[in-house]
Design a protein around this ligand. Sequence first.
Ligand code: TYM
Length: 325
Amino acid sequence: MTRLSGITPSGPGHVGNYLGAIRRWAREGSPDDLYFVSDLHAMTSPYHPQKLRGRTRELMAILVAAGIEPGTLFVQSDLLAQLGPLTWVLECGCAFGEAARMTQFKEKSTDRTHEGTPVRVGLFTYPVLMAADILLQGVDEVPVGDDQAQHVELARVLARRFNGTYGEAFVVPRAVTPPAGARIRDLADPSRKMDKSARDSAGVLFVLDEPDLLRRKVKRAVTDSLGRLEYRPEEQPGLANLLDILAACQGKPPREVVAGFTSYGEVKDAVAEAVVEELRPVRERTRELLADPAELDRIRAVGGERATERGAHRLKTVLRLAGVA
Ligand code: TYM
């Protein structure tokens, strides 16, 4: 059983990424897995090259600090020479309507954060590049949060279609989502998911935020005026989100976590402390790693080489079957 997953450096990593994805990659990963920073995906909306480099490095450090086996880590752009051709092959097997159905594209292409800037073709084809990331490596499972499950589904469709049309080249992978923490919401606006590139970071708990800032953000989280201490995501999304975070930190179901509290204030205090303690070792270790650029460069080089070697044979087969090599 091998797994692969990635994270895009479109902003600093947050607690949704951590609880929904990174922590599981660290806990459940094996030495045959692959985890990576998808810097090519960050180019799909306006960005600054220098900032992108810095964020890629920072996320690599967070992944190492979270306990992911360093030998399994790489940076997506180090595989550009393989991903470019494979993405093209897969794009030629993907219907326009299939890409247009992707919820994330629909949301991001109408997002007002970048109002006035044109929507990039890369944003539209991004799920196909993601399919290339996955299919190049022949993995069985793709551990992601809820928001990426639809993209993994597209990768399955494209893999089956290629195998059926041109010959067996791809393993058909499946998405696996966590039982708790699969969709953490913005604390200031629980109708939105917690997002790295949110315009306002008041409701986003970043992995590298200092403890006091984390506490302040949790204290200001939007709840409701019902005063009912129950887990009801539809009726009380703000409170339910806090309970989801606490549940994910404690490894219990949210309905169990809510018992024992007598006020929203108590819930917030418990969430703040749980998040601070969960993130403290990761933040401290990330800071140490960022102070040692040579070590991060070494990890990146080793992982990149391993992933490139692993993908080479499959790409050759695909191009041959597709009639272009
Ligand atoms: P990205 O960077 O948006 O998110 C990284 C991981 O974090 C999960 N996640 C969340 N989980 C819970 N609550 C949230 N609010 C939340 N926000 C994000 C995501 O589901 C994801 O698992 N396109 C991908 C990166 C990628 C990839 C891949 C993933 C590129 N190629 C191949 C898997 C396989 C992305 O932008 O994730």
